[in-house]
Design a protein around this ligand. Structure first.
Ligand code: NAD
Ligand code: UD1
Length: 346
């Protein structure tokens, strides 16, 4: 298939691009590089030995989307492009709704105009809200989302549901990601957070590489075995493979939601101690108060994706933290090192 990846040079999109090319698909990427580095397309080519179409553009620009669908014979779209910081979304709600909601509507409109109806969406476990109890299942209702980022994902899910109801030519797979971490084991691609990271793994990486003195553990008084929050961490390559498997889940006139998580929760303390042990690095920690909006325990029931898509994550927590660290030593002060510098480390 020829698959358009919006945001295909970002963290999850770039790993999925590699896997799609490995599996023999053709790909086209549109990315405005607002949160991606210029070197990523070359690294994707280096890892796969394959070329692909790349358009530097913003999904809010309809003319660019029309150009892409007019020039390239696209069969399906994987829609990664979006803004993803919870904290920033509270400060800049219009920007978040503009990209995540209006940008998605633009894309769907132009797809429809060009007769392309296969759509795979990057949603988030955040749509389950605080009231559903883990393990989370797809048939539980969406819960209350408390910030513009989470709301933008829930809004798009509703739009997609209405779209397939109105027009049975649409085939939509809605993927709810749990906590993606890790990087390609080669150390050539990974996550480069913009500004100060919010998510735990880039913060642990910064402590490991000396950019940060310690990591704050947000609360150790939760009703969990060690008092710290439980999350479902998943290797980004398992997540990428989930997208390839999801192509088999496309069905006319249906929007099908799938959890992409391992189903195995780990606590914040376990994550940090495993990272420390596997990479033989001391990670300084300080316990601070709970973070607003955090839920004690969030993990998937992944059986629907396992059974329907024949998708089974394979990376262990050890491999996730190994690959996260391996990537982090190739990034200095938020900037990737060049090939020469990486060669010097190896
Ligand atoms: P990312 O920021 O690394 O990748 C997003 C990509 O989209 C970037 O390359 C960025 O340059 C591009 N982009 C942003 N705005 C754009 C625009 N207007 N036009 C074109 N390109 C644009 O993020 P990611 O972690 O790879 O996440 C991908 C998707 O998955 C996002 O929609 C995100 O909300 C969702 N998601 C991510 C997580 C996570 O923890 N990483 C969890 C749940 C859902
Ligand atoms: C967060 C967002 C969620 C979003 C997801 C992916 C919140 C409340 N939730 O989820 O909406 O979909 O990222 O982008 O922001 N932790 C620490 N110290 C830190 C950072 C995190 O102890 O410095 C803990 C958190 O309390 C949490 C766990 O680590 O228990 C994971 O945090 P994080 O990586 O931010 O992901 P989520 O909170 O699951």
């Amino acid at each position: 298939m020829n698959i358009l990846l919006t945001g295909g040079c970002g963290y999850i999109g770039s790993h999925t691009a590699v896997r799609l090319l490995d599996y023999g698909h053709e790909i086209t990427i549109v990315d405005d590089f607002s949160n991606a580095q210029e070197f990523v397309p070359d690294r994707i080519k280096q890892l796969t030995g394959k070329d692909f179409n790349l358009i530097n553009g913003d999904i809010r620009n309809k003319a660019i989307l029309e150009y892409i669908f007019g020039q390239h014979n696209i069969d399906a779209v994987m829609h990664f492009a979006g803004l993803k910081s919870v904290k920033e979304s509270i400060e800049k709600p219009l920007e978040y709704y503009g990209v995540n909601v209006s940008g998605t509507i633009n894309l769907l409109e132009i797809m429809g105009n060009f007769g392309v109806h296969k759509f795979i969406f990057s949603s988030s476990a955040t749509v389950y809200g605080a009231c559903n109890v883990s393990p989370l299942k797809e048939n539980m209702g969406r819960g209350k989302t408390t910030n513009p980022y989470g709301k933008s994902k829930a809004i798009v899910e509703r739009i997609l549901q209405d779209l397939v109801t109105a027009d049975s030519r649409w085939e939509v797979v809605n993927l709810r990601y749990f906590n993606p971490i890790g990087a390609h084991p080669s150390g050539l691609i990974g996550e480069i957070p913009k500004g100060t990271p919010n998510n735990i793994m880039p913060l642990i990486n910064q402590v490991a590489t000396g950019e940060r003195e310690y990591i704050e553990i947000f609360g150790n008084d939760y009703p969990t075995p060690d008092g710290t929050c439980l999350r479902d961490y998943i290797h980004v390559l398992d997540l990428a493979d989930g997208h390839i498997a999801s192509l088999k889940g496309l069905k006319k006139g249906a929007m099908r939601s799938f959890n992409l998580g391992t189903g195995h929760p780990y606590s914040v303390s376990e994550l940090i101690s495993t990272y420390s042990a596997i990479n033989a690095i001391k990670i300084e920690t300080r316990v601070s108060k709970r973070r607003d909006g955090d839920i004690a325990s969030v993990f998937a029931d992944p059986r629907l994706a396992n059974e329907t898509l024949n998708w089974y994550p394979s990376f262990s927590l050890h491999e996730m933290v190994r690959d996260a660290y391996n990537w982090s030593i190739r990034v200095k002060n938020g900037m990737p090192m060049n090939d020469q510098q990486i060669g010097d480390i190896e």
